[in-house]
Design a protein around this ligand. Sequence first.
Ligand SMILES: [Zn+2]
Length: 225
Amino acid sequence: MLTKSNIKKLAVLPLLFFVVLFFAFKNREDKSINNIYTVVIDAGHGGNDNGAISKNGLKEKDIALTLAKTIKELNSNNNVRIILSREIDETLSPKQRTTFLEKNKADLLISLHINTVAPNSKNKNTRGIEIHTSKGNSPFIEQSKILGNILSTNLEPMFNQRPLIMQRVNKLWLIDENGVCPSALVECGYISSSKDVALLNSQDLRKQLANAVLKTIDQYFSYKK
Ligand SMILES: [Zn+2]
């Protein structure tokens, strides 16, 4: 769940375009040690901060944590170390989350949230995935866009509709404030949509989502080798 101001939709460009662009980054400093990349999966909200809540009392913070844990459990790539910014239901400030990235010398950040419509919204049927990258995530703006596009391609089949990719303009939150690594925030469906909630309640769909994120991570780093 995010405030919807200061964002603009990004055009989805063909993946090949980004693959070509990616080689422009090849000679940049590579922080990985022995090609082991550290990826932080950030489960949004937690503790006192529930995030969005569904009609039936399902909380964004819990779905995000379950998804984050599933991603960590299913990772089979020995070159990728997945760590979670929180493993339990605890309150974390944005500053604590960025400090976690710094401490662990993260190579990539994917933050997980679940979307909602405003309580008085007429668009109760709004559903699907949104991916946010940032204009403030310097010097990783272009790499973050590439990450967003690979995520979009891999997540599209899950919710049967193309994810929206948005770019934030203002420095407001975690993916902006981290100067550590490329990052993207994924709103994994709408908690206000019974269709999306049914999907998120399915263990099978959660595994598919997790595997799509893991595939994205593998593809992202395979371009860097
Ligand atoms: Zn959220």
